[in-house]
Design a protein around this ligand. Structure first.
Ligand code: ADP
Ligand code: MG
Length: 212
């Protein structure tokens, strides 16, 4: 549909130059619809198919507002599986390439705790993880969400299908009330409507049918 350039948005020049290096010349439909609201600090509930570019939509939003000098966990991204968390972590690192030393840490189940705890002790700006393992770290007090400003639920419908509802609720209970929350889902069953009502404040709804 409408072709829109990222440079029409209030994005740091180093993010714009990374987008250019990646060959992201135009925004995808979901990016064009959601990014202006995300950058304005709004909560979002967004529906879009696989491959529509959701990662860069939330990734650019969180990177734009990240305070790099503050070495605290400012963003938490929840994903249903390790594979998806790894993909999201990679895309965020690509978008953040060369910008100071933005530290992205991936914390997923099925991996030993020791190295994850060691990495957490070194610190991170952004954490990408699966709900079960994030909940484990909160329980062990090896992770604190006190400084989280942006909370992202990626593929929320799949996380609920996988039985992560309670883990997600526990995690959100430990995040600051004053935060920006972005919820992405391929489908919108009642369960998603319910969780959205509980965790989002006056969200902007975005729905994109087509791939791009
Ligand atoms: P989704 O999470 O919606 O399934 P992804 O965020 O994984 O989609 O993006 C799908 C693919 O599109 C990735 O390979 C990504 O690099 C690419 N992509 C994202 N945004 C753009 C863009 N604006 N221009 C070109 N390619 C893009
Ligand atoms: Mg995705």
């Amino acid at each position: 549909m409408s072709q829109q350039s990222f440079s029409s948005l209030p994005l740091h020049s180093d993010l714009l130059s990374n987008l250019e290096s990646l060959g992201y010349n135009e925004m995808t439909e979901i990016q064009a619809q959601s990014l202006p609201h995300i950058l304005a600090g709004k909560d979002i509930i967004a529906q879009g198919k696989t491959g529509s570019g959701k990662t860069a939509a939330f990734g650019l939003g969180l990177l734009q507002k990240l305070n790099v000098k503050r070495f605290r966990v400012q963003t938490l991204i929840l994903c249903p599986t390790r594979e998806l968390a790894d993909q999201v972590g990679k895309e965020i690192r690509r978008l953040a390439r060369g910008i100071h030393n933005i530290k992205v840490l991936t914390l997923c189940g099925g991996m030993p705790f020791g190295p994850q705890i060691g990495s957490l002790e070194h610190g991170a700006h952004i954490i990408v993880g699966t709900p079960g393992r994030i909940e484990d770290h909160l329980r062990k007090a090896t992770l604190s969400l006190d400084d989280v400003e942006t909370l992202i639920l990626d593929e929320a419908d799949r996380m609920l299908d996988m039985g992560f509802q309670d883990a997600i609720d526990n995690i959100i209970d430990q995040a600051p009330k004053e935060r920006q929350t972005l919820l992405f889902s391929a489908t919108f069953p009642d369960q998603i409507e319910n969780i959205a009502k509980r965790i989002l404040i006056e969200p902007v709804s975005v729905k994109v049918e087509s791939q791009h």
